[in-house]
Design a protein around this ligand. Sequence first.
Ligand code: ASP
Length: 345
Amino acid sequence: MNQQPIRILLLYTGGTIGMVKDVANDTLIPFDFQYLLDKIPEIGQLDCEIDTDSLDRPIDSSDIKPEHWLRLAQRIEKDYTYYNGFVILHGSDTMAYTASALSFLLKNLSKPVILTGSQLPIGVARSDARENLLTTLEIAMARRQDGLAMVPEVCVYFEYDLFRGNRVHKISTEDFEAFESLNYPKLAGAGVNIKFNQGFIHHPSKEALELGNSISDEVAILTVFPGITPAYVEAVLNTAGMKALLIRSFGAGNIPTDAWLIEALQACFDRGIFIVDVSQCVGGGVALGKYAASKALKEMGVISAVDMTFEAALTKLMYLLPFGMGYAEFKQQYESDLRGELSES
Ligand code: ASP
């Protein structure tokens, strides 16, 4: 039995959960951490020690940048041995990006890192903030019989469901069930009891935590759409400093078969740009060559994002680029399962 008190570090970045109304402008703006804690006194009843820390200035998650991901990862690493788990309060808009990025940056994780937030501010009577935060803290505290963390992963908890962080996607601005994970089962469901889906949860790593220390922003996104023009494609492909291009394709990895588009992509590929194909669909994934409309990409040697979410596909690209790998090694790494973000066949 673990006799030590359980210690949780609660990190506040901002988001709706702690926002208040700016009456003069009729908008929601982030507020400070103490306000939030004062609104949920039940936190004091939990059988654990909770320390708190926050970004210098709480922000709407639309303002989250890769440097915030690095700062969060470094903050976790700094006191990694002291705390049993980490909870991050974060706006829901870009929560899936931050969760995915952290899953890559924190290699060999053996403790929970759980992001949560809410659809309504904590000061609003029907707010989902209280349940989301209290249950997230309980999950971060949960131990297995051998004393190890129950969920040693980067996760997202929202409205009674716990998801693997690099598998979620925000699907609603309206429903309390704001997230969905179509390609991987949820890790736990909270009712009267919290039921953990043990067979789908990572085992804690025995290796030491390894922190990624760099994230690249030398990426560009090409979303294909009916009516896409050469001028639009040229503008994206000529993005200054671009090292990798993420194509958001139709269905199972398909793009329009127009010769001008294939030639433009081939020229881009020949310039040494790493090209990745991720589907615009949120369920299923890319199967290059399944349809004639993806054959040219397959023949070119384009990299497949398999069944990754867009958020995982993008942040994995940003995480892997700084390692400076050659194309073959990069493709092999990118198409491999690094943190449970894709289903290997
Ligand atoms: N705009 C808010 C944010 O992402 C929405 C939310 O928190 O749910 O910061």
